[in-house]
Design a binder for this molecule. Structure first.
Ligand code: HEM
Length: 511
């Protein structure tokens, strides 16, 4: 009896050894193939990245991706494609941006976008370039460009700016410390809910993260980054029955994206019912825009309408919040630059050139140094610094001396491309707004090489909304308050998306 059980134990363990060896051999053969015979084998890059997409997924979860990519560019060169995944090349040079993102033959997005983590497919996650073009035609357009925003939205933005100013005045009176990075992210979240549904959710008014939308978003970023980068998980695990439902937000959730999906559902149904009774929206919001949109003459499907109503909040709340928080942090931590920015505002104020709160156009025309501060803040701390990869079409792609085989995923990344050592010489890592004011030619070149809002047919649809927030809120805050640093906190990148953690100040009003 004893002998039999020993033998069965042995055979069981030898079976597991055999299985283990078989798996190991497959992994070794795969690695050897990927390092030596794969069509991308000729490109430089670390062997662990060439072998496993899991390595870049882990680096993303460790929140070290920008630093890792910068290190790779320093090691392998800033002007050469670097292999950062078995099937992905990263281009760290500004000149590559146009090549990748304006090439109609590379307008299919990579698997990173198609994981389902951001809900049903929408403008941002539609992979096919042709489908995207139709959707973009239906949903983009002049409504979201600066001219229309000035006419239709600026007054409503003014009200939100004033509300935050009042709240900060209260903090100045009570001498409480303020997590300024959170306050400006709440401002941006209110703007997005206002643009989406007309009435903001009240982040600023109530001084809190309503329904934990921002917290929940940030908590989900590691998972978003992991699934987007780890191909095996993307194709074999999350697709298993029941797995996605367990891991992703649900409309029964009381907070976060799940709650937001339920709210979108409710608001779409409510608005459609009002429309059926002939009631028209006085000033159309994005929800109305989605309901009125037509693709080939047909309205969007019920699922598409709901997916797009939540899209702006996903894409535009914390991103703009990060741009606001980072620029403020750079200013507070650079006293000389801050002084120059304050002086510029004071001079414009004294000349009677600024309204209260400041208008977008006044900032654009009369505060060039401040505008340079905003551009510089986003250059160094881009809010969306993801691997925005595109798939090379069936003919492959010639890239200078290189031929990129069909099916390769090619990407740039804003954090590294916006710190290119030659392009931003001699101090690519320094916060120096003056670089934008040296000459019009150089400023235009830097604008053209900026990857903050993406590029090409998939460029950010909310760029002008974000700029309006930045141009209006930041000068108004610097004009009215002195912020004394309590804690600098940090710019955190999780899953390719950035947020600011714990930038804490004491607020004093300026006379
Ligand atoms: C500073 C703030 C922002 C940054 C840095 C940013 C960045 C980006 C980037 C890099 C892309 C392109 C991604 C790609 O190539 O796949 C993008 C797309 C997009 N953004 Fe933004 N964004 C910001 C604010 C906003 C705002 C305020 C909105 C909404 C009003 C918004 C809505 C979108 C949408 C809908 C897309 C997808 C566009 C398409 O694929 O056609 N973003 N954004």
């Amino acid at each position: 009896m004893l002998i039999a059980s020993v033998f069965s134990g042995l055979s069981l363990s030898s079976l597991s050894v055999e299985i283990g060896l078989a798996i190991l051999s497959i992994i070794v053969v795969r690695c050897v193939y990927r390092i030596y015979w794969h069509p991308l084998a000729k490109f430089p890059g670390p062997a662990y990245a060439a072998c496993f997409s899991l390595s870049s997924a882990i680096i993303s979860v460790l929140k070290k991706e920008p630093q890792w990519i910068k290190y790779l560019a320093e090691k392998y060169g800033h002007d050469t494609p670097i292999r950062i995944q078995p099937n992905m090349l990263l281009f760290p040079q500004p000149s590559a941006l146009k090549e990748i993102y304006w090439d109609p033959k590379c307008n299919t997005k990579s698997g990173l976008y198609g994981t389902g983590v951001l809900g049903p497919p929408h403008l941002f996650t539609t992979l096919s370039g042709d489908e995207h073009r139709e959707l973009r035609k239906a949903l983009g357009g002049p409504a979201w460009t600066i001219g229309s925003l000035k006419n239709n939205w600026e007054e409503r933005f003014d009200y939100q700016v004033q509300l935050l100013v009042e709240k900060l005045n209260e903090k100045a009176r009570t001498k409480e410390s303020v997590v300024l990075s959170d306050k400006v992210a709440e401002f941006a979240a209110d703007i997005m809910t206002m643009v989406s549904f007309t009435d903001p959710f009240g982040f600023v008014k109530n001084g809190r993260d309503e329904r934990r939308i921002l917290t929940n978003w940030r908590e989900g970023l590691d998972f978003f980054g992991f699934v987007g980068r780890f191909k095996f998980f993307q194709t074999h695990i999350i697709t298993l029955p029941g797995i996605a439902a367990r891991l992703l937000p649900k409309i029964t959730d009381e907070t976060g994206m799940g709650w937001l999906m339920a709210e979108a559902n409710k608001q779409v149904s409510q608005r459609e019912s009002e429309m059926s009774k002939g009631k028209l929206q006085e000033k159309p919001d994005f929800l109305q825009h989605c309901l009125d949109a037509r693709m080939n003459g047909e309205p969007l499907s019920p699922l598409q309408k709901r997916a797009h109503v939540t899209l702006l909040i996903q894409a535009g709340a914390d991103t703009t919040g990060t741009a606001l928080g980072s620029t403020l942090r750079f200013l507070v931590m650079s006293p000389e630059i801050l002084k120059k920015a304050q002086k510029e505002i004071e001079a414009a104020d004294a000349a009677g050139l600024l309204s209260t709160p400041v208008k977008f156009e006044e900032v654009r025309q009369h505060l060039p140094y401040f505008v340079a501060c905003i551009k510089e803040g986003m250059r160094l701390n881009p809010p969306a610094t993801n691997l925005f990869a595109r798939v090379v079409g069936p003919e492959g792609k010639r890239f200078g001396e290189f031929f990129i085989p069909p099916g390769t995923e090619i990407t740039s990344q804003s954090y590294v491309v916006q710190r290119h050592p030659k392009f931003y010489a001699p101090d690519p890592d320094a916060f120096r707004p003056e670089r934008w004011l040296v000459s019009e030619k150089k400023a235009n070149e830097m604008d053209a090489a900026s990857f903050v809002f993406g590029m090409g047919p998939r460029v950010c649809i909310g760029k002008d909304i974000a700029l309006m927030e930045l141009y209006k809120l930041l000068p108004e805050l610097i004009r009215r308050f002195q912020f004394d640093l309590v804690k600098a906190g940090e710019y955190v990148v999780a899953g390719g998306v950035a947020y600011n953690k714990d930038f804490i100040v004491k607020v004093n009003t300026r006379s």
